[in-house]
Design a protein around this ligand. Structure first.
Ligand code: APR
Ligand code: ZN
Length: 362
């Protein structure tokens, strides 16, 4: 028995997806089937589609999703049918060394579901789910620990953003960098993840909150979401940001693009003793050069950041409370509501640096 659903199917690297049918198997032991209500298009999906990040094909991408549990595997007892859920693209096993060490975002087994096909095309070809989630489809089959109940009072569509952009950006500020009230912050790159980072910095009481993007069109939304300053990216970016902080640089710079040039720029705007947090996911061959001396000089810290060092089971309810209180704004981050057939349009807007998040509504 299988369930046939419509999905955006990526057949080859660099090619646009086509909407076609995928046959989902009945959920096996430890799995659940989720009927999607919404899915956001994240830059990581674009990177998986074009080979910047590795992805076996054919594939159904999409890892920022929310929906309703409509079937559960034989041994799944703790996920009720009809439960509204947010997808977690890095479900922790809760038993490896890292999980035991309180670092579920570094779980050794969190990407297991992405390694093997999860469904089939009508002709029997095995299909992979991007990041193990496959949210660019009417429904998906995921491990039972990859669903987090959608907290009450959060729009079931915008809830999708809790699963990647908001959790990653808020976690980067709150858990990875632990920004304190009154510290200065710069955010380089204002897509969905950067806008979430910006909001979290404002919520943490950071001041100033300097928003940076290549595209000047991002200024209005950035200011609406809490930026105190906006700087258009240029060759003199680091210097301009230092100029806004008494010549010193910011306490915390967040790189939310995923490229060596912006990592260097973020590093260059970080004050002596400050921290650069790399939230963006870049390519394997995009090398960042540092001299041995400059790593000593000025005692700056360069930090990587996976999923905002968050624990979705623990943190999604916390985020939802902030959304309900009006302290984090999911709705304004969604600038384009689209259908499943407009994933190419969403990817093009990301390439052009236009808008915030594009959200597929099913
Ligand atoms: N300087 C400043 N901003 C830049 C630059 C640059 N040189 N290059 C691109 N940008 C901006 C774009 O204009 C865009 O506003 O970065 C933003 C990226 O936004 P999205 O494409 O929407 O990306 P997003 O989904 O937010 O992801 C950002 O985080 O999770 C990772 O893989 C993801 O690496 C990606 C990053
Ligand atoms: Zn993402």
């Amino acid at each position: 028995m299988s369930t046939t659903v419509k999905a955006a199917i990526f057949s080859a690297r660099g090619e646009a997806p086509r909407v076609g049918e995928v046959a989902l198997p009945e959920p096996g032991p430890g799995q659940v089937r989720v009927r999607l209500s919404a899915a956001g298009a994240c830059h990581s999906d674009l990177s998986l589609s074009n080979g910047t990040l590795p992805q076996p094909m054919p594939a159904v991408l999409g890892h920022e999703g929310a929906g309703t549990v409509e079937a559960v595997g034989p041994d799944v007892e703790d996920v009720p049918l009809g439960q509204q859920v947010v997808l977690n693209w890095a479900p922790p096993c809760r038993s490896c060394w890292f999980c035991g060490n309180g670092e579920p975002h570094l779980c050794e087994r969190s990407s297991d579901a992405a390694q093997r096909p999860y469904a089939q095309l009508p002709d029997g070809t095995p299909v992979y789910a991007g990041l193990g989630t496959g949210a660019f489809a009417e429904a998906t089959v995921v491990p039972a620990n990859a669903v987090v109940p959608t907290p009450d009072g959060v729009d079931p569509g915008a809830a999708a953003l809790l699963g990647c952009a908001m959790l990653t950006g808020w976690g980067a500020v709150t858990k990875s960098a632990t920004v304190a009230a009154g510290e200065s912050v710069a955010v380089v790159g204002l897509g969905g993840v950067g806008l979430a980072t910006l909001q979290a910095a404002r919520l943490a009481g950071a001041d100033p909150v300097i928003a940076v993007d290549l595209s000047p069109a991002k200024e209005e939304l950035a200011r609406e979401l809490g930026a105190t300053h906006f700087v258009t990216s240029s060759d003199t970016l680091s210097k301009e940001v230092r100029g806004l902080t008494g010549g010193r640089g910011v306490d915390h710079a967040f790189e939310v693009v995923g490229a060596s040039a912006t990592i260097r720029a973020a590093w260059g705007m970080t004050r002596r003793g400050g921290t650069t947090t790399v939230v963006g996911v870049g390519a394997k061959d995009d090398m960042v050069n540092f001299s041995a001396l400059e790593l000593f000089h000025f005692a700056r810290t360069l930090r990587g950041c996976v999923y905002g060092s968050s624990d979705p089971d623990r943190d999604i309810p916390v985020l939802a409370a902030h959304v309900r209180d009006g302290d984090l704004d999911l709705a304004s981050m969604v600038t384009d509501e689209i259908g499943l057939d407009d994933v190419p349009g969403a990817f093009q807007r990301m390439r052009d640096g236009k808008g915030g998040r594009s959200l597929i509504r099913f």
